[in-house]
Design a protein around this ligand. Structure first.
Ligand code: ARG
Length: 465
């Protein structure tokens, strides 16, 4: 086995158990393409400031390009001795071009290198996550548009509280996910400074043009201070939080659909292509997708809290603990990579069972109409509210719906009540045309839908590769 680059400093070879613990190649190989990109810019920067001659620049560039090719074709061979992706690429470069490979790492440290690779990865994933959320939001908005007029039980404390539009609930989920896209965009804007050139911690000993490097790599400029550049993983924490927050929203959404799908609610059915069966109970059709989405939120939140705990208590400068940034980060991305397209497909397989929804609307929700009626008669709100409460009690004790109460009974509770209230109580549920902005009325719902559609129109949809 080839000795380590730092072997000369040590009298014996590294213990294999320590070697195994130290190694990050098993997971950081996915940074390969970013590492090549960073190195290609780095050698140009060395050349620009006179630290690399034309021949070495050409040889290293060619070698790195072949490595980039090998990585993209998955033909790059990793070796037992490769400690991490940076060392693996350097080792391969030497195999390809010989001694000139030794000049690649001039003036740079793996500390600024890995921070730069990971920042580039984070910026890419940020766009991809936002792009994968767009079709989910589109689908929710389409469903909301279809169900503007569907009267639906709005719950508080999981008790029927008010009749609202089903569209309003679907839009609430869409708005929360739009908030996630906006938040991801904000997080990306905070990962716009390039750490390369910070060296091990005190700045590169070579006078590279950090401004130029940053722009070449697509950043807005270099980081201001070298120590912070190598020790900070705020950009990882921010994206982990953005992903955990998104996971939370997806979990809440999933929970709604799981409940609505139960026999007890019966508000929707799932297409066979997006539901799963049971190995034992022949009649079962389970909403596994939604349960898995709800379940996976746990690991997204866990990765955030886990990595915050890793960061807590680190002294200034680079510490190897930072190598622990990658697995939670990658797993969170992979989790969402699985979840978002599956959610989009599952939402498309949802059909709301309108008769069941109408059937389940609790008749006592019509108290709101009683209160509104009494208010128009000049009764103060608190009194009107008390009358409505008494009428509900009467209807419960007599085992009849509110509109079935005899007029005399109603009038014994409040003398301003006339026969027209009974008629109003008999009317079916309708989503009102007008009402406050943001409320469950047709004007507000249509407005929300057009705002979201307008916003969606300009958003790029991205795959999650
Ligand atoms: N594999 C390391 C990481 O992921 C690269 C940086 C190593 N730096 C060092 N000083 N040993 O953090």
């Amino acid at each position: 086995m080839k000795p380590k680059v730092w072997q000369e400093r040590f009298s014996v070879e590294l213990d294999p158990y320590i070697e195994a613990l130290n190694r990050s190649i098993t997971f950081d190989h996915r940074l390969g393409p970013y590492d090549v990109q960073v190195s290609l810019v780095w050698v140009k920067a060395l050349h620009r400031c006179g630290s690399l001659d034309d021949d070495d620049l050409a040889a290293i560039t060619k070698g790195l390009q072949s490595i980039g090719q090998e990585l993209s074709e998955a033909s790059f061979e990793f070796r037992e001795q490769d400690e991490d992706i940076h060392m693996a690429i350097e080792r391969r470069l030497e195999e390809l071009i010989g001694a000139a490979a030794g000049r690649l790492h001039t003036g740079r440290s793996r500390n600024d290198q890995v921070a730069t690779d990971l920042s580039l990865y984070a910026r890419d994933q940020n766009d991809k996550l936002a792009g994968a959320l767009i079709p989910v939001i589109q689908q929710l908005v389409a469903m909301a548009e279809e169900h503007i007029e569907t009267a639906f039980p709005g719950h508080t404390h999981l008790q029927q509280a008010e009749v609202i539009s089903l569209g309003q609930i679907l839009l609430a989920h869409a708005w929360r996910l739009k908030g996630d896209v906006d938040f991801l965009t904000h997080v990306k804007s905070t990962t716009s400074a390039c750490p390369l050139g910070a060296g091990a911690l005190g700045g590169s000993p070579v006078a590279v043009d950090r401004e130029w490097i940053s722009l070449e790599l697509g950043f807005a400029g270099p980081t201001e201070t070298s120590v912070e550049s190598v020790e900070s993983r705020d950009f990882v924490l921010d994206l982990l939080y953005a992903m955990a927050r998104l996971g939370l929203h997806l979990s809440n959404l999933a929970e709604d659909f799981i409940i609505w799908n139960s026999q007890e609610f019966g508000f929707l059915t799932l297409d066979d292509s997006v539901a799963t069966g049971s190995s034992l109970l022949a009649h079962k059709k389970n909403p596994d997708v939604f349960e898995l989405i709800r379940g996976k939120c746990g690991r997204l939140v866990g990765h955030l809290t886990g990595f915050m705990t890793t960061m807590k208590g680190l002294p200034s400068g680079y510490n190897k603990d930072l190598q622990e940034d990658k697995e939670p980060f990658f797993d969170a991305v992979d989790t969402l990579r699985l979840v978002l397209p599956a959610l989009e497909a599952t939402l498309k397989g949802v059909s709301f069972t309108l008769e069941k929804i109408a059937e389940k609307l609790f008749p006592a929700l019509k108290t709101e109409r009683i209160v509104r009626y009494l208010l128009t008669k000049g009764i103060p709100f608190r009194e009107a509210y008390a009358v409505a409460g008494k009428l509900v009690r009467e209807s419960e004790s007599r085992g009849m719906a509110l509109h079935e109460l005899p007029l005399e009974v109603m009038q014994s509770v409040s003398e301003v009540i006339e026969a027209d209230l009974k008629e109003e109580l008999m009317e079916g549920w309708q989503i009102p045309k007008e009402g406050v902005p943001g409320g469950s009325n047709k004007r507000s719902l249509s407005r929300q839908i057009s705002i979201l559609q307008e916003w969606l129109r300009n958003k790029p949809v991205a795959g999650l590769q």
